[in-house]
Design a protein around this ligand. Structure first.
Ligand SMILES: [Zn+2]
Length: 398
């Protein structure tokens, strides 16, 4: 009995003196340097396949990670360093040498509901309720084609969300997965229901929510250059320059349309019509998006800075103004001033469900819609857990 007690004491003590510590990955710390700082021979990286080796370079600055060290020597026994929400690097000492693996992050998931009446802003209010800004970021990207978050939301507008929260080592982990959501503005309810088959959100009638942009701004016969942010040899200048848009080769005079509703911010030539973009139109859209149409031959006659354009409205005509080889449209999309690959934006040509797909979707969406309406009608703001915790993947947590 006494011996058992002593044994328990010893283990409790050794657990206490042998803790796993949480650390923060320093900005600009390379994995290679982390290994050498811990006396780990980097030859262990030689056996890794290309994918694993590539993953070692994707550790984000300020990522929290875990270390387990020998209590006497301080030597590293085990480190777990996340790369994204789903995977982590495991470095461990197997008694003879160090090993490196990429393994899944195991976490628990609970389904929760949130309901709120807006007081300040979606971002602020949801951060107050959930403890971080991730749920409001998810909602912003789901609804951004439907709602201008800078203008359309007002005090006492309502929000209802059903989402999966990930929990790792007792704390919220990564971004939540929104199952369905409702935003009520000016007494109008907008719904988003997640459909797992295509990982997309639809409204309560089965129409897609992702229709901010049309895919193509003009009729073209080929894409002569894609989005190459890291550079290509410039066809006229012969130097390596990034290509921050997509080039559509098309005959001179082909109409160019705005890919989304917006306001014309610029119409003209920046330095001169023989430089850079040549004749250029910049259209500003909801939520910090803008689109640019360059090397135009001319502009649509109705177009003036400050005028509103509808999705699909002609803004100009394909040409060869500025620095351009051949007649083509240079098309650029930016968000918050940063360029992004226009071809990676979601396509709206397939903009809704129909037939059997629609029937099944509507049947599946019923209970979520009822829950969302209930959330929007309930007077208090808050979070309610509606399922027990379940493990993300089979096996033990780590
Ligand atoms: Zn171009």
């Amino acid at each position: 009995m006494a011996r058992a007690f002593l044994l328990l004491m010893c283990c409790a003590l050794s657990l206490m003196s042998n803790p796993v510590t949480e650390k923060i990955w320093a900005t600009n710390l390379a994995f290679y340097d982390y290994l050498s700082a811990n006396g780990v021979d980097s030859s262990i990286l030689a056996d890794l396949d290309d994918e694993t080796f590539g993953a070692l370079r994707t550790i984000l600055a300020q990522t929290p990670y875990y270390e387990h060290r020998d209590e006497e020597s301080g030597a590293l026994l085990h480190a777990l360093i996340p790369i994204g929400d789903e995977r982590q690097i495991s470095v461990y000492y197997d008694g003879e040498r160090y090993q490196v693996d990429i393994i899944p992050v195991r976490y628990f998931v609970v389904t929760e509901t949130l309901n709120a009446a807006l007081e300040n802003s979606l971002q602020y209010d949801l951060s107050q309720i959930t403890g971080n800004g991730k749920l409001s970021s998810e909602l912003t990207s789901i609804f951004e084609a439907k709602i201008d978050f800078r203008r359309d939301l007002h005090k006492n507008d309502r929000v209802g969300v059903i989402y999966d929260r990930k929990i790792r080592l007792g704390r919220t982990w990564g971004a939540p997965i929104v199952r369905s959501a409702l935003i009520e503005t000016r007494k109008r309810r907008l719904y988003a229901i997640y459909r797992a088959e295509d990982e997309s959100y639809y409204d309560e009638t089965g129409k897609t929510l992702a229709n901010l942009f049309l895919k193509y701004p003009t009729q073209f016969h080929k894409i002569s250059s894609g989005y190459l942010p890291n550079g290509r040899v410039h066809p006229l200048l012969g130097v390596i320059r990034p290509h921050l848009g997509v080039d559509f080769a098309a005959p001179k005079g082909t109409p160019v349309i705005s890919v989304a509703d917006g306001v014309v911010r610029f119409r003209g030539c920046q330095k001169s019509c023989n430089h850079g973009y040549g004749k250029l139109v910049i259209v500003e859209h909801k939520n910090g998006w803008e689109s640019r149409y360059a090397h135009l031959n001319g502009f649509a006659s109705s177009l003036a800075p400050g005028s509103r354009v509808k999705q699909g409205q002609t803004v100009g005509f394909v040409g060869q103004s500025g620095v351009a080889t051949g007649s083509h449209l240079h098309f650029e999309v930016r968000k918050g001033g940063q360029t992004t690959d226009p071809m990676a934006l979601r396509d709206v040509r397939q903009n809704g469900l129909n037939g059997r797909q629609l029937e099944r979707f509507l049947a599946d969406a019923k209970s979520a819609l009822a829950t969302l309406d209930y959330l929007a009608d309930s007077p208090e703001s808050g979070v309610t857990r509606i399922t027990a915790a379940r493990l993300s993947k089979s096996g033990a947590t780590n």
